[in-house]
Ligand binder design. Sequence first.
Ligand code: SF4
Ligand code: SF4
Length: 339
Amino acid sequence: MDKVRLGRTGLVVTRMGWGGIPIQRVGEQEAVSVIRAVVDMGVDLLDTARAYTDSEHKIGLALREVERPVVLSSKSQIRTAKIYDDVHESLKQLQVAKVHIYHLHNISKQEEYEQVMAPGGGYEGLQRARDEGLIDHIAISSHSLDVLERVVGEGHFDVIMACYSFLEPDAAKKVFPLARAKDIGVLTMKALSGGVIEEAGPALRYVFAEEGIVPIPGSETLERARENWKIFMEGGALTERDKERIEAIRKEFDRVFCRRCDYCQPCSEKISIQFLIGLKSTIKRFGNQVQELKWMKEMIEKARNCSECGECMTRCPYQLPIPDLIKKNLAWYDSLMNQ
Ligand code: SF4
Ligand code: SF4
C-alpha cells in the first residue's frame, strides 16, 4: 500500500487519510460503520476537529472496537493557551489517552498567527499538552497560503494542513516544496473544494498525483468511502478524460469559486463574504441542522444589507463579482427555505 512519512513526526501513514466533516450529517450507527469500514480498508489517519459538532464523538465510538493502530488528528479554534482544555475535551470525546496530531484550527490571518504564537497563545497551550503527553505533535491548519508560507518558514510546527485541489492548486508551488525542505508533514483538505467539485475521480487523482502529501477526503456513506478507496488503490495518473473534465470545471468556476482568502475584507456592512459565496456547500454540509443554527441565520440576514458598494471587488485577487454572487446565493437560500 502507498505510504508516506509525515515529515519529522516520523509517522508513516497511508497516502490517503480520512476527514471527519461529512459524518456530522449522518446518525451515530451509520457513522460508526463508515469509520470502521474506512479503517478496515487500510486508512490509518483520521482527522476531525472540536468544531465538527459530534465528529470526534462518533470516531471515539467507532474506534472502541478497532484493533488496528490509527493516527488521530484533531483541532481547536481556541486561540489562547486555554486550548489545553479543548485537548482534554478531544481526548474525552475520542475516548483515547492521546491525540497524535493536534492543530490550531483555521489560522488564516497573519494577526491570528501572531496571536497564537504570542505568550499565552494557543501554541503555548499545545506545548503544555505535548509536554504532558496528551498530544504528540503540534500542527496548524489554514486557508491562507501566505500564512502557511510564513508558518513553514518559521518552522515551529511538525505538521501543516493546507487546501489543495485542481481549483486551488497553488500550495503545490508556494508551500509544499518548502515544507518538504523543512521536513514538515503535509495534510491536505478540500480535495473536492468543499463539495464544489462533484466528480471524485479527476479530483482525487489530481491530489494523489502530488508526492509526499496526505489528502484527507471524507465520506459519510459506505458507497462514497469505497469509491474514494478504489480511486486511491487504482493509482495511476490523470486520464485524458480527467484532464478534459478539470479544464471544463475550471472554466465553469472561473470568477465564481471563492478561495476563502478574505482579501476582500473589511466589508463596511460586516458581511462574511466567503461564507456567503460558499453558502451552498455549507448548507450541504450541515444538512437538516441548518434550521437550528442561529449563527448561520444571523450571517445570512446580515448579508441582506449588502449595499453593492463594490469595495470588496477591488480587493479580490480573483475578480469575483461579489455582490452578484451574494444576491444569487440569498435568492437560492430563500427558495430552498420556501420549499
Ligand atoms: S459590495 Fe456588499 S459585500 Fe462588498 S463591501 Fe460592499 S457591502 Fe460589503
Ligand atoms: S471573495 Fe475573493 S478575496 Fe474574498 S475570500 Fe473569496 S476569493 Fe478571497
